[in-house]
Design a protein around this ligand. Structure first.
Ligand code: HEM
Length: 502
Protein backbone atom coordinates (compact mmCIF):
# COMPACT_ATOMS: atom_id res chain seq x y z
CA UNK A 1 0.00 0.00 0.00
CA UNK A 2 2.72 2.48 0.99
CA UNK A 3 4.72 1.55 -2.10
CA UNK A 4 1.75 2.58 -4.22
CA UNK A 5 1.58 5.82 -2.30
CA UNK A 6 5.27 6.56 -2.77
CA UNK A 7 5.01 5.97 -6.51
CA UNK A 8 2.07 8.33 -6.83
CA UNK A 9 2.88 11.39 -8.92
CA UNK A 10 1.19 13.62 -6.31
CA UNK A 11 3.75 12.77 -3.63
CA UNK A 12 4.78 16.39 -3.19
CA UNK A 13 1.17 17.51 -2.75
CA UNK A 14 0.70 14.73 -0.22
CA UNK A 15 3.72 15.93 1.76
CA UNK A 16 2.33 19.45 1.56
CA UNK A 17 -0.98 18.21 2.87
CA UNK A 18 0.73 16.38 5.74
CA UNK A 19 2.69 19.51 6.66
CA UNK A 20 -0.56 21.48 6.61
CA UNK A 21 -2.23 18.92 8.84
CA UNK A 22 0.73 19.07 11.21
CA UNK A 23 0.33 22.83 11.60
CA UNK A 24 -3.44 22.46 12.16
CA UNK A 25 -2.74 19.75 14.71
CA UNK A 26 -0.23 21.86 16.64
CA UNK A 27 -2.59 24.83 16.64
CA UNK A 28 -5.47 22.59 17.68
CA UNK A 29 -3.48 20.96 20.50
CA UNK A 30 -2.38 24.29 21.89
CA UNK A 31 -5.94 25.66 21.77
CA UNK A 32 -7.30 22.54 23.48
CA UNK A 33 -4.92 22.63 26.36
CA UNK A 34 -4.59 26.35 26.99
CA UNK A 35 -8.24 27.20 27.58
CA UNK A 36 -9.77 28.04 30.96
CA UNK A 37 -11.32 24.59 31.27
CA UNK A 38 -9.80 21.47 32.78
CA UNK A 39 -9.72 18.78 30.11
CA UNK A 40 -9.46 15.08 30.90
CA UNK A 41 -5.79 14.07 31.26
CA UNK A 42 -4.11 11.61 28.94
CA UNK A 43 -0.80 10.39 27.59
CA UNK A 44 1.36 12.86 25.64
CA UNK A 45 0.83 12.50 21.94
CA UNK A 46 2.92 12.76 18.79
CA UNK A 47 1.97 15.19 16.04
CA UNK A 48 -0.35 13.61 13.46
CA UNK A 49 -0.12 10.13 14.95
CA UNK A 50 -1.43 11.12 18.37
CA UNK A 51 -1.17 8.09 20.67
CA UNK A 52 -1.42 5.53 17.88
CA UNK A 53 2.00 4.07 18.73
CA UNK A 54 1.13 3.71 22.42
CA UNK A 55 -1.83 1.37 21.97
CA UNK A 56 -2.25 -2.17 20.66
CA UNK A 57 -4.75 -1.86 17.81
CA UNK A 58 -5.34 -5.63 17.94
CA UNK A 59 -6.67 -5.33 21.53
CA UNK A 60 -7.46 -1.64 21.83
CA UNK A 61 -9.88 -2.27 24.72
CA UNK A 62 -7.09 -3.87 26.80
CA UNK A 63 -4.70 -1.00 26.05
CA UNK A 64 -7.34 1.53 27.11
CA UNK A 65 -8.09 -0.45 30.27
CA UNK A 66 -4.38 -0.29 31.18
CA UNK A 67 -4.20 3.45 30.41
CA UNK A 68 -7.24 4.07 32.64
CA UNK A 69 -5.27 2.71 35.59
CA UNK A 70 -2.65 5.39 34.97
CA UNK A 71 -4.78 8.36 33.87
CA UNK A 72 -8.01 7.72 35.75
CA UNK A 73 -11.60 6.89 34.80
CA UNK A 74 -12.02 9.83 32.38
CA UNK A 75 -9.06 10.35 30.08
CA UNK A 76 -8.21 11.67 26.64
CA UNK A 77 -6.55 9.76 23.84
CA UNK A 78 -5.66 10.91 20.34
CA UNK A 79 -5.86 8.45 17.49
CA UNK A 80 -4.24 10.48 14.75
CA UNK A 81 -5.99 13.87 14.83
CA UNK A 82 -9.10 12.36 16.35
CA UNK A 83 -9.62 13.11 20.03
CA UNK A 84 -11.42 10.48 22.08
CA UNK A 85 -12.56 10.69 25.69
CA UNK A 86 -12.52 7.26 27.29
CA UNK A 87 -14.90 6.46 30.17
CA UNK A 88 -13.66 3.61 32.36
CA UNK A 89 -14.93 1.64 35.36
CA UNK A 90 -18.45 0.72 36.35
CA UNK A 91 -19.15 3.84 38.41
CA UNK A 92 -17.99 6.31 35.77
CA UNK A 93 -19.62 4.59 32.77
CA UNK A 94 -22.97 4.30 34.57
CA UNK A 95 -22.75 7.85 35.91
CA UNK A 96 -22.15 9.21 32.40
CA UNK A 97 -24.67 7.12 30.45
CA UNK A 98 -27.44 6.97 33.06
CA UNK A 99 -27.17 10.34 34.84
CA UNK A 100 -26.29 12.33 31.69
CA UNK A 101 -28.23 10.43 29.00
CA UNK A 102 -28.71 13.46 26.75
CA UNK A 103 -25.16 14.81 26.89
CA UNK A 104 -23.52 11.42 26.22
CA UNK A 105 -26.32 10.02 24.05
CA UNK A 106 -25.34 10.85 20.46
CA UNK A 107 -23.66 8.31 18.23
CA UNK A 108 -20.28 9.08 16.73
CA UNK A 109 -20.69 8.57 12.98
CA UNK A 110 -17.12 7.68 12.06
CA UNK A 111 -16.06 7.35 8.39
CA UNK A 112 -16.81 3.61 8.25
CA UNK A 113 -20.26 3.97 9.85
CA UNK A 114 -21.00 6.79 7.41
CA UNK A 115 -19.88 4.67 4.43
CA UNK A 116 -22.18 1.94 5.69
CA UNK A 117 -25.48 3.77 6.14
CA UNK A 118 -25.00 7.50 5.40
CA UNK A 119 -26.65 8.27 8.75
CA UNK A 120 -29.81 6.20 8.11
CA UNK A 121 -31.25 3.39 10.25
CA UNK A 122 -30.89 2.98 14.01
CA UNK A 123 -27.36 2.15 15.10
CA UNK A 124 -25.42 4.79 13.17
CA UNK A 125 -27.87 7.69 13.12
CA UNK A 126 -28.73 10.69 15.31
CA UNK A 127 -31.40 13.32 15.79
CA UNK A 128 -35.09 13.00 14.95
CA UNK A 129 -34.57 10.25 12.39
CA UNK A 130 -32.78 8.06 14.98
CA UNK A 131 -35.41 8.85 17.63
CA UNK A 132 -38.27 7.84 15.33
CA UNK A 133 -36.58 4.67 14.03
CA UNK A 134 -35.55 3.54 17.53
CA UNK A 135 -39.05 4.16 18.88
CA UNK A 136 -40.59 2.33 15.92
CA UNK A 137 -38.24 -0.67 16.30
CA UNK A 138 -38.80 -0.90 20.07
CA UNK A 139 -42.59 -0.75 19.74
CA UNK A 140 -42.63 -3.27 16.91
CA UNK A 141 -40.30 -5.67 18.72
CA UNK A 142 -42.64 -5.38 21.72
CA UNK A 143 -45.73 -5.96 19.56
CA UNK A 144 -44.07 -8.95 17.97
CA UNK A 145 -43.52 -10.34 21.38
CA UNK A 146 -40.26 -9.24 23.05
CA UNK A 147 -40.91 -10.43 26.61
CA UNK A 148 -44.19 -11.92 25.42
CA UNK A 149 -45.36 -15.34 24.28
CA UNK A 150 -44.97 -14.83 20.54
CA UNK A 151 -41.19 -14.53 20.57
CA UNK A 152 -40.97 -17.30 23.13
CA UNK A 153 -42.86 -19.60 20.78
CA UNK A 154 -40.64 -18.66 17.83
CA UNK A 155 -37.47 -19.31 19.84
CA UNK A 156 -38.78 -22.64 21.15
CA UNK A 157 -39.64 -23.71 17.59
CA UNK A 158 -36.11 -22.77 16.50
CA UNK A 159 -34.64 -24.74 19.45
CA UNK A 160 -36.12 -27.87 17.91
CA UNK A 161 -34.56 -27.19 14.48
CA UNK A 162 -31.21 -26.49 16.13
CA UNK A 163 -31.38 -29.69 18.21
CA UNK A 164 -32.16 -31.70 15.08
CA UNK A 165 -29.17 -30.11 13.33
CA UNK A 166 -26.80 -30.96 16.21
CA UNK A 167 -28.16 -34.51 16.41
CA UNK A 168 -27.07 -35.02 12.80
CA UNK A 169 -23.45 -34.89 14.01
CA UNK A 170 -24.13 -38.04 16.11
CA UNK A 171 -21.82 -36.94 18.94
CA UNK A 172 -18.89 -36.29 16.62
CA UNK A 173 -16.89 -33.04 16.83
CA UNK A 174 -18.27 -30.09 14.82
CA UNK A 175 -17.82 -26.33 14.57
CA UNK A 176 -20.61 -24.66 16.56
CA UNK A 177 -20.41 -21.44 14.56
CA UNK A 178 -22.66 -22.20 11.59
CA UNK A 179 -25.73 -23.85 13.12
CA UNK A 180 -25.87 -21.45 16.06
CA UNK A 181 -25.56 -18.39 13.82
CA UNK A 182 -28.37 -19.72 11.61
CA UNK A 183 -30.61 -20.34 14.62
CA UNK A 184 -30.05 -16.82 16.05
CA UNK A 185 -30.47 -15.25 12.64
CA UNK A 186 -33.79 -17.07 12.16
CA UNK A 187 -35.27 -15.41 15.25
CA UNK A 188 -34.55 -11.89 14.04
CA UNK A 189 -35.58 -12.89 10.48
CA UNK A 190 -38.94 -14.15 11.77
CA UNK A 191 -39.52 -10.76 13.39
CA UNK A 192 -38.26 -8.66 10.47
CA UNK A 193 -39.42 -10.69 7.45
CA UNK A 194 -42.11 -12.88 9.04
CA UNK A 195 -40.30 -16.11 8.15
CA UNK A 196 -37.48 -18.42 9.17
CA UNK A 197 -35.10 -19.96 6.65
CA UNK A 198 -34.03 -23.55 6.21
CA UNK A 199 -30.38 -23.92 7.37
CA UNK A 200 -29.49 -24.89 3.79
CA UNK A 201 -31.15 -21.83 2.25
CA UNK A 202 -28.51 -19.92 0.22
CA UNK A 203 -30.02 -16.54 1.19
CA UNK A 204 -29.65 -17.24 4.92
CA UNK A 205 -26.15 -18.63 4.41
CA UNK A 206 -25.02 -15.66 2.35
CA UNK A 207 -26.52 -13.06 4.69
CA UNK A 208 -24.95 -14.66 7.76
CA UNK A 209 -21.57 -15.11 6.04
CA UNK A 210 -21.44 -11.48 4.91
CA UNK A 211 -22.66 -10.24 8.29
CA UNK A 212 -19.91 -12.14 10.11
CA UNK A 213 -17.33 -10.88 7.66
CA UNK A 214 -18.44 -7.25 7.97
CA UNK A 215 -18.46 -7.36 11.79
CA UNK A 216 -15.05 -9.03 11.90
CA UNK A 217 -13.51 -6.56 9.41
CA UNK A 218 -14.99 -3.50 11.10
CA UNK A 219 -12.89 -4.17 14.22
CA UNK A 220 -9.63 -4.86 12.37
CA UNK A 221 -6.58 -2.62 12.97
CA UNK A 222 -6.60 -1.39 9.35
CA UNK A 223 -10.20 -0.23 9.69
CA UNK A 224 -9.31 1.57 12.93
CA UNK A 225 -6.58 3.31 10.93
CA UNK A 226 -9.09 4.04 8.16
CA UNK A 227 -11.34 5.82 10.64
CA UNK A 228 -8.42 8.06 11.56
CA UNK A 229 -7.11 8.59 8.01
CA UNK A 230 -10.15 8.02 5.76
CA UNK A 231 -8.31 9.04 2.59
CA UNK A 232 -6.50 5.66 2.86
CA UNK A 233 -9.81 3.85 2.13
CA UNK A 234 -9.36 2.87 -1.53
CA UNK A 235 -5.93 1.37 -0.73
CA UNK A 236 -7.18 -0.82 2.08
CA UNK A 237 -8.29 -4.32 1.15
CA UNK A 238 -10.28 -4.65 4.41
CA UNK A 239 -12.27 -1.52 3.62
CA UNK A 240 -13.06 -2.80 0.11
CA UNK A 241 -14.08 -6.21 1.51
CA UNK A 242 -16.26 -4.54 4.15
CA UNK A 243 -18.08 -2.46 1.54
CA UNK A 244 -18.60 -5.57 -0.61
CA UNK A 245 -20.00 -7.59 2.31
CA UNK A 246 -22.52 -4.88 3.32
CA UNK A 247 -23.56 -4.36 -0.31
CA UNK A 248 -24.31 -8.12 -0.57
CA UNK A 249 -26.49 -7.97 2.55
CA UNK A 250 -28.24 -4.88 1.21
CA UNK A 251 -29.13 -6.66 -2.05
CA UNK A 252 -30.71 -9.54 -0.09
CA UNK A 253 -32.66 -7.09 2.08
CA UNK A 254 -33.94 -5.23 -1.01
CA UNK A 255 -35.02 -8.53 -2.56
CA UNK A 256 -36.80 -9.70 0.60
CA UNK A 257 -38.59 -6.39 1.20
CA UNK A 258 -39.69 -6.08 -2.42
CA UNK A 259 -41.23 -9.56 -2.39
CA UNK A 260 -43.08 -8.66 0.84
CA UNK A 261 -44.34 -5.48 -0.83
CA UNK A 262 -46.05 -7.50 -3.58
CA UNK A 263 -48.32 -9.19 -1.03
CA UNK A 264 -48.61 -6.29 1.45
CA UNK A 265 -52.05 -5.86 3.02
CA UNK A 266 -52.34 -3.07 5.62
CA UNK A 267 -54.98 -5.06 7.52
CA UNK A 268 -52.67 -8.03 8.11
CA UNK A 269 -49.35 -7.19 9.73
CA UNK A 270 -46.97 -10.11 9.20
CA UNK A 271 -43.69 -8.61 10.33
CA UNK A 272 -41.62 -5.50 11.11
CA UNK A 273 -41.35 -4.59 7.41
CA UNK A 274 -45.18 -4.59 7.09
CA UNK A 275 -45.41 -2.55 10.31
CA UNK A 276 -43.07 0.05 8.77
CA UNK A 277 -45.29 0.53 5.69
CA UNK A 278 -48.49 0.50 7.77
CA UNK A 279 -47.04 3.21 10.02
CA UNK A 280 -46.10 5.27 6.95
CA UNK A 281 -49.66 4.92 5.59
CA UNK A 282 -51.22 5.89 8.91
CA UNK A 283 -49.19 9.05 9.29
CA UNK A 284 -50.71 12.15 7.76
CA UNK A 285 -48.76 13.68 4.87
CA UNK A 286 -48.29 16.79 6.99
CA UNK A 287 -47.00 14.82 9.96
CA UNK A 288 -43.29 15.57 10.49
CA UNK A 289 -42.60 11.98 11.58
CA UNK A 290 -43.77 10.69 8.18
CA UNK A 291 -40.65 11.90 6.40
CA UNK A 292 -38.55 9.39 8.35
CA UNK A 293 -40.48 6.42 6.95
CA UNK A 294 -38.48 6.30 3.73
CA UNK A 295 -36.74 3.47 1.82
CA UNK A 296 -33.27 4.23 3.22
CA UNK A 297 -34.46 4.12 6.81
CA UNK A 298 -36.29 0.84 6.15
CA UNK A 299 -33.32 -0.86 4.50
CA UNK A 300 -30.73 0.31 7.02
CA UNK A 301 -32.92 -0.32 10.08
CA UNK A 302 -33.47 -3.86 8.82
CA UNK A 303 -29.72 -4.30 8.19
CA UNK A 304 -28.96 -2.88 11.66
CA UNK A 305 -31.38 -5.22 13.40
CA UNK A 306 -30.24 -8.23 11.39
CA UNK A 307 -26.56 -7.47 12.01
CA UNK A 308 -26.91 -6.53 15.67
CA UNK A 309 -29.30 -9.40 16.35
CA UNK A 310 -27.35 -12.26 14.78
CA UNK A 311 -23.68 -11.97 15.64
CA UNK A 312 -24.09 -10.89 19.26
CA UNK A 313 -26.52 -13.56 20.40
CA UNK A 314 -24.87 -16.41 18.49
CA UNK A 315 -21.42 -15.43 19.75
CA UNK A 316 -22.62 -15.39 23.36
CA UNK A 317 -24.32 -18.75 22.97
CA UNK A 318 -21.15 -20.25 21.46
CA UNK A 319 -19.13 -18.87 24.39
CA UNK A 320 -21.58 -20.50 26.81
CA UNK A 321 -21.18 -23.96 25.21
CA UNK A 322 -17.39 -23.60 25.04
CA UNK A 323 -17.33 -22.68 28.75
CA UNK A 324 -19.55 -25.67 29.59
CA UNK A 325 -17.11 -27.99 27.78
CA UNK A 326 -14.16 -26.37 29.57
CA UNK A 327 -15.76 -26.50 33.04
CA UNK A 328 -17.63 -29.84 33.19
CA UNK A 329 -18.43 -29.47 36.92
CA UNK A 330 -20.34 -26.29 36.15
CA UNK A 331 -22.12 -28.07 33.30
CA UNK A 332 -23.02 -30.86 35.79
CA UNK A 333 -24.63 -28.34 38.15
CA UNK A 334 -26.66 -26.69 35.37
CA UNK A 335 -27.90 -30.07 34.16
CA UNK A 336 -28.74 -31.20 37.71
CA UNK A 337 -30.74 -28.02 38.32
CA UNK A 338 -32.56 -28.39 35.00
CA UNK A 339 -33.39 -32.06 35.74
CA UNK A 340 -34.66 -31.23 39.24
CA UNK A 341 -36.72 -28.16 38.37
CA UNK A 342 -37.92 -28.80 34.81
CA UNK A 343 -37.25 -32.46 34.04
CA UNK A 344 -37.58 -33.31 30.34
CA UNK A 345 -40.41 -30.94 29.43
CA UNK A 346 -39.78 -27.80 27.39
CA UNK A 347 -38.25 -24.95 29.44
CA UNK A 348 -40.39 -21.76 29.47
CA UNK A 349 -39.35 -18.21 30.33
CA UNK A 350 -41.30 -18.42 33.57
CA UNK A 351 -38.96 -21.19 34.73
CA UNK A 352 -36.07 -18.73 34.91
CA UNK A 353 -36.88 -17.56 38.44
CA UNK A 354 -36.62 -21.17 39.65
CA UNK A 355 -33.28 -21.80 37.92
CA UNK A 356 -30.91 -19.40 39.76
CA UNK A 357 -27.71 -21.34 39.06
CA UNK A 358 -28.45 -21.62 35.34
CA UNK A 359 -29.33 -17.93 35.22
CA UNK A 360 -26.07 -17.08 37.01
CA UNK A 361 -24.09 -19.15 34.49
CA UNK A 362 -25.66 -17.26 31.57
CA UNK A 363 -24.94 -13.89 33.20
CA UNK A 364 -21.37 -14.90 34.03
CA UNK A 365 -20.87 -16.04 30.41
CA UNK A 366 -21.95 -12.60 29.21
CA UNK A 367 -19.66 -10.89 31.71
CA UNK A 368 -16.56 -12.92 30.90
CA UNK A 369 -17.20 -13.06 27.13
CA UNK A 370 -17.53 -9.25 27.05
CA UNK A 371 -18.54 -9.45 23.42
CA UNK A 372 -18.86 -5.70 22.70
CA UNK A 373 -15.74 -4.54 24.61
CA UNK A 374 -15.79 -0.87 23.60
CA UNK A 375 -19.55 -0.56 23.16
CA UNK A 376 -20.29 1.47 20.00
CA UNK A 377 -18.67 4.90 20.21
CA UNK A 378 -20.85 7.78 21.40
CA UNK A 379 -20.50 11.50 20.91
CA UNK A 380 -21.40 14.42 23.17
CA UNK A 381 -24.54 16.23 22.01
CA UNK A 382 -23.56 19.41 23.89
CA UNK A 383 -20.76 20.78 26.08
CA UNK A 384 -20.65 18.92 29.38
CA UNK A 385 -18.66 19.15 32.59
CA UNK A 386 -18.24 15.65 33.96
CA UNK A 387 -16.31 14.68 37.08
CA UNK A 388 -14.77 18.16 36.96
CA UNK A 389 -13.58 17.85 33.34
CA UNK A 390 -14.87 19.90 30.45
CA UNK A 391 -15.81 17.88 27.36
CA UNK A 392 -16.91 19.91 24.36
CA UNK A 393 -19.89 19.16 22.12
CA UNK A 394 -19.16 16.67 19.35
CA UNK A 395 -16.32 14.86 21.21
CA UNK A 396 -16.06 11.12 20.53
CA UNK A 397 -16.76 9.22 23.75
CA UNK A 398 -15.86 5.59 24.27
CA UNK A 399 -17.67 3.79 27.12
CA UNK A 400 -15.15 1.04 27.84
CA UNK A 401 -17.35 -1.94 28.71
CA UNK A 402 -14.27 -4.13 29.29
CA UNK A 403 -13.44 -1.91 32.27
CA UNK A 404 -16.97 -2.37 33.65
CA UNK A 405 -17.31 -6.13 33.18
CA UNK A 406 -13.76 -6.69 34.51
CA UNK A 407 -13.78 -3.90 37.12
CA UNK A 408 -11.64 -5.16 40.06
CA UNK A 409 -13.57 -3.01 42.52
CA UNK A 410 -16.85 -4.68 41.55
CA UNK A 411 -16.10 -8.34 40.81
CA UNK A 412 -14.55 -10.72 43.34
CA UNK A 413 -12.61 -12.68 40.67
CA UNK A 414 -12.88 -10.59 37.48
CA UNK A 415 -10.67 -12.81 35.32
CA UNK A 416 -12.20 -16.15 36.28
CA UNK A 417 -15.40 -17.81 35.11
CA UNK A 418 -17.26 -17.71 38.41
CA UNK A 419 -21.09 -18.01 38.40
CA UNK A 420 -21.05 -17.12 42.13
CA UNK A 421 -20.70 -13.49 41.05
CA UNK A 422 -24.46 -13.67 40.56
CA UNK A 423 -25.45 -15.79 43.58
CA UNK A 424 -25.94 -14.92 47.24
CA UNK A 425 -24.94 -17.19 50.12
CA UNK A 426 -28.20 -19.11 49.87
CA UNK A 427 -27.75 -19.72 46.15
CA UNK A 428 -30.37 -17.14 45.12
CA UNK A 429 -29.77 -15.13 41.96
CA UNK A 430 -28.56 -11.56 42.55
CA UNK A 431 -28.43 -8.66 40.09
CA UNK A 432 -25.16 -6.74 39.86
CA UNK A 433 -24.94 -3.06 38.90
CA UNK A 434 -21.70 -3.66 37.02
CA UNK A 435 -23.37 -6.19 34.71
CA UNK A 436 -23.52 -3.94 31.64
CA UNK A 437 -22.98 -6.04 28.49
CA UNK A 438 -25.89 -4.22 26.80
CA UNK A 439 -24.50 -0.81 27.85
CA UNK A 440 -26.92 1.71 29.40
CA UNK A 441 -28.74 4.98 28.89
CA UNK A 442 -30.28 6.50 25.78
CA UNK A 443 -28.35 4.33 23.27
CA UNK A 444 -28.53 1.09 25.29
CA UNK A 445 -29.08 -2.07 23.25
CA UNK A 446 -32.67 -2.13 22.07
CA UNK A 447 -32.61 -5.90 21.60
CA UNK A 448 -31.72 -6.68 25.23
CA UNK A 449 -35.08 -8.28 26.08
CA UNK A 450 -35.05 -10.45 22.98
CA UNK A 451 -31.39 -11.41 23.41
CA UNK A 452 -31.91 -12.43 27.05
CA UNK A 453 -34.86 -14.57 26.08
CA UNK A 454 -32.91 -16.24 23.27
CA UNK A 455 -29.90 -16.92 25.48
CA UNK A 456 -32.02 -18.49 28.22
CA UNK A 457 -34.20 -20.67 25.98
CA UNK A 458 -31.46 -21.85 23.59
CA UNK A 459 -28.97 -22.53 26.39
CA UNK A 460 -31.36 -24.49 28.59
CA UNK A 461 -32.82 -26.45 25.66
CA UNK A 462 -29.37 -27.45 24.41
CA UNK A 463 -28.15 -28.46 27.88
CA UNK A 464 -31.28 -30.55 28.44
CA UNK A 465 -30.56 -32.44 25.23
CA UNK A 466 -26.78 -32.63 24.99
CA UNK A 467 -23.59 -33.01 27.00
CA UNK A 468 -20.95 -30.69 25.49
CA UNK A 469 -17.37 -31.99 25.50
CA UNK A 470 -14.10 -31.05 23.78
CA UNK A 471 -13.21 -32.79 20.49
CA UNK A 472 -11.52 -36.21 21.01
CA UNK A 473 -7.85 -35.91 21.95
CA UNK A 474 -8.29 -32.39 23.43
CA UNK A 475 -8.43 -31.97 27.19
CA UNK A 476 -10.63 -29.40 28.95
CA UNK A 477 -7.49 -27.48 29.94
CA UNK A 478 -6.47 -27.24 26.30
CA UNK A 479 -9.69 -25.49 25.27
CA UNK A 480 -8.49 -21.98 24.46
CA UNK A 481 -10.50 -18.95 25.58
CA UNK A 482 -8.43 -16.29 23.77
CA UNK A 483 -11.03 -14.36 21.76
CA UNK A 484 -10.99 -13.62 18.06
CA UNK A 485 -11.04 -9.84 17.84
CA UNK A 486 -13.37 -8.07 15.45
CA UNK A 487 -15.89 -5.41 16.33
CA UNK A 488 -17.15 -8.09 18.71
CA UNK A 489 -15.09 -10.67 20.63
CA UNK A 490 -15.94 -14.16 19.42
CA UNK A 491 -14.72 -17.56 20.62
CA UNK A 492 -11.53 -18.79 18.92
CA UNK A 493 -12.11 -21.44 16.22
CA UNK A 494 -12.94 -24.71 17.98
CA UNK A 495 -14.97 -27.87 17.69
CA UNK A 496 -17.18 -29.49 20.32
CA UNK A 497 -19.03 -32.78 20.61
CA UNK A 498 -22.74 -32.61 21.43
CA UNK A 499 -23.48 -36.01 22.99
CA UNK A 500 -27.18 -36.77 23.15
CA UNK A 501 -28.59 -37.14 26.73
CA UNK A 502 -32.17 -38.03 25.87
C1 HEM B 1 -26.09 -10.84 23.68
C2 HEM B 1 -26.65 -10.07 22.79
C3 HEM B 1 -26.41 -8.58 22.62
C4 HEM B 1 -25.47 -7.75 23.20
C5 HEM B 1 -24.39 -8.12 24.22
C6 HEM B 1 -25.68 -6.42 22.69
C7 HEM B 1 -24.95 -5.30 23.05
C8 HEM B 1 -25.14 -4.04 22.53
C9 HEM B 1 -24.35 -2.89 22.87
C10 HEM B 1 -23.17 -2.88 23.84
C11 HEM B 1 -24.82 -1.84 22.15
C12 HEM B 1 -24.26 -0.41 22.14
C13 HEM B 1 -24.99 0.43 23.16
C14 HEM B 1 -24.41 1.83 23.25
O1 HEM B 1 -24.19 2.47 22.23
O2 HEM B 1 -24.13 2.29 24.38
C15 HEM B 1 -25.94 -2.32 21.38
C16 HEM B 1 -26.70 -1.52 20.54
C17 HEM B 1 -27.74 -2.00 19.78
N1 HEM B 1 -28.24 -3.28 19.75
FE1 HEM B 1 -27.56 -4.84 20.82
N2 HEM B 1 -26.74 -6.46 21.81
C18 HEM B 1 -27.21 -7.75 21.75
C19 HEM B 1 -28.28 -8.21 21.00
C20 HEM B 1 -29.08 -7.44 20.18
C21 HEM B 1 -30.23 -7.90 19.46
C22 HEM B 1 -30.81 -9.33 19.52
C23 HEM B 1 -30.71 -6.85 18.73
C24 HEM B 1 -31.88 -6.79 17.80
C25 HEM B 1 -33.09 -7.07 18.11
C26 HEM B 1 -29.85 -5.71 19.03
C27 HEM B 1 -30.01 -4.44 18.49
C28 HEM B 1 -29.25 -3.33 18.84
C29 HEM B 1 -29.44 -2.02 18.24
C30 HEM B 1 -30.45 -1.65 17.17
C31 HEM B 1 -28.50 -1.17 18.85
C32 HEM B 1 -28.29 0.32 18.59
C33 HEM B 1 -29.13 1.15 19.56
C34 HEM B 1 -29.05 2.65 19.27
O3 HEM B 1 -28.08 3.11 18.72
O4 HEM B 1 -30.02 3.34 19.63
N3 HEM B 1 -28.89 -6.11 19.92
N4 HEM B 1 -26.11 -3.66 21.63
Amino acid sequence: MFEELLQAPALSSLLGLLAGLLVIHLLYSSLTFQGKHTHPPGPRCLPLLGNLLQVDLCRLDQSLFKLSKRYGPVFTLHLGLKKIVVLAGSKTVRQALINHPEEFGDREINPLFYDFSKGHGIVFSNGDSWKEMRRFALTTLRDFGMGKRLSEEKIIEECHYLTEELENHKGKAFNTKTPISYAASNIISAIIFGKRFDYKDPVLRDMVKNDQEAICLSGSPSILIYNVFPWLGPWLQNWRDFMKAVENIKQHVLQLTSSLKKTFNPDICRCLVDAFWTRKLNLEESDAQGMHYNEENLVYSVMDLFGAGTDTTSNTLRWSLLLMAKYPQIQDRVQEELSMVVGVRQVQMEDRKNLPYTDAVIHETQRLANIVPMSITHSTSRDVTFQGYFIEKGTTVLPLLTSVLYDESEWETPNTFNPSHFLDEEGKFIRRDAFLPFSAGRRACLGEGLARMELFLFFTHLLQHFRFTPAPGISEDELDLTPMVGFTLSPPPHQLCAVSRI
